[in-house]
Design a protein around this ligand. Structure first.
Ligand code: C5P
Length: 400
């Protein structure tokens, strides 16, 4: 369990002013349950929403509220507090708080701590959806991400102000899990990765379906490599004969439509989306309720298009970093590059399936990495070894 990572860790929870401040109480409780040592810092506005006394009782430590207070500084001053911390999480981080951190202000205890902090910092934004979508907030968030500050959320959904959209603070359990992820080592420490794998089955009637020979091996190997690299990994899998990899949250699906819905739900709150699934391009237009009886006549099945899952994910706002696969039999790089563009992907791995011994349903694979700027052919390797290489190649590009 990633949450074991929190035992004995020294965590500063920073609370800024927003209605989600009440959820910080639950967060502090969770962190304590995971045996973290928690100290809470509140802005003046945060204290309008929730009292320091509540947080003091839950954290078991005095709450820090003032920068220029001799008594507080004598107990544990801001520099000492910054040195004490193994990580700091600001939850909720209001639009104003995000702006002040982005500008490097130091006009209260919370922002001063951020400036003095050497340990990892994470922000859990919480605000009205229009404020989250505002260009100024967007620019501030980009700046923070470029500085290596982790962003936890926000989630989409109904808001305290009556709106619906992105801007809800993540729940305490998820924040604790993501915070624990910061203490993982590896090239994807603390990131959320969603991977699709395997074939889909498109029902004709209760006993028959259309499908393909995808084994799911590449997707499962990537999920294992992502876990090894420290990612919190979700694997959305069609029916395959492989056991679920350890430490992965599995979502089992059958049809392309089920895979689509599960992917959109997971992708809305992940950092990287990797599509290895061999999604059926078509499904029968109608599914018979009863087993279709054979007759002397030829049978005609009318098919309709399935949605392109990764294209839909790449259109989300904000979209995760999207990685696709392209199995081609000719003009491999050219066709893969046009898929990269058409689907709006950040990266695509192309392989030549006309070449026996690699790709579909085989043990080994060889791929060419293609992005807007580069074309890089990677060495042929068993799928498990190649998966580690691919995860590292993805991780390297995320930082830029
Ligand atoms: O267009 P093509 O099927 O060759 O594209 C392959 C890539 O697109 C793979 O990453 C595959 O998982 C993804 N894909 C998808 N949804 C579909 C079809 C393909 O996500 N309906």
């Amino acid at each position: 369990m990633p949450t074991q990572n929190l035992a004995n860790k020294r965590i500063i929870v920073g609370i800024s002013g927003g209605i989600a401040a009440y959820k910080a109480a639950e967060l502090v409780r969770r962190l304590k349950q995971h045996e973290a040592d928690v100290r809470v810092v509140m802005t003046a506005a945060a204290q309008q929403f929730i009292t320091p006394l509540t947080l003091q009782a839950l954290s078991g430590n005095p709450v820090h509220t003032a920068l220029l207070n001799t008594e507080a500084e004598a107990a544990m001053g801001h520099i000492e507090l910054a040195r004490w911390a193994d990580a700091m999480l600001i939850a909720p981080a209001s639009a104003n708080c995000i702006a002040r951190v982005a500008q490097g202000q130091g006009d209260d205890l919370l922002t001063t701590l951020v400036l003095a902090l050497k340990a990892p910092l994470a922000l859990a934004p919480a605000m009205n959806q229009a404020m989250w979508l505002d260009e100024a907030t967007h620019d501030n968030v980009q700046l923070l991400v470029r500085r290596g500050i982790a962003l936890f959320g926000p989630a989409e959904g109904s808001q305290a102000c009556g709106d619906t959209g992105p801007g809800r603070m993540l729940e305490a359990d998820e924040l604790a899990e993501r915070l624990a992820g910061l203490f993982n080592t590896g090239s994807m420490a603390g990131l959320r990765v969603t991977i699709t794998a395997g074939p889909t089955r498109e029902a004709i009637d209760p006993v028959r379906f259309i499908s393909n020979h995808s084994s799911g091996k590449m997707g499962y190997a990537l999920a294992e490599a992502a876990v090894e690299a420290g990612a919190l990994t979700t694997l959305i899998s069609g029916p395959v004969a492989l056991p679920p990899p350890p430490k992965v949250s599995m979502v089992q699906v059958r049809s392309a439509l089920e895979m689509h819905d599960a992917s959109i739900a997971a992708a809305a709150r992940c950092d990287v989306f990797i599509a290895t699934a061999a999604v059926a391009d078509y499904r029968p237009k109608t599914v018979a309720n009863q087993k279709i009886k054979k007759s002397g006549e030829a049978m005609v099945l009318e098919l309709e298009r399935n949605p392109d899952i990764i294209t839909a994910v790449a259109k989300l706002k904000p979209a995760p970093y999207c990685v696709g696969f392209a199995a081609e039999t000719e003009k491999v790089v050219e066709h893969a590059r046009s898929k990269l563009q058409q689907k709006g992907l950040n990266l695509i791995f192309a392989n030549d399936v006309a070449n026996a011994g690699i790709g579909f349903n085989s043990e080994e694979n060889q791929v060419t990495l293609i992005s807007a700027e580069e074309t890089l052919t990677l060495e042929q390797a068993p799928k498990q070894k190649l998966a580690r290489v691919l995860i590292n190649e993805i991780a390297k590009r995320l930082c830029h």
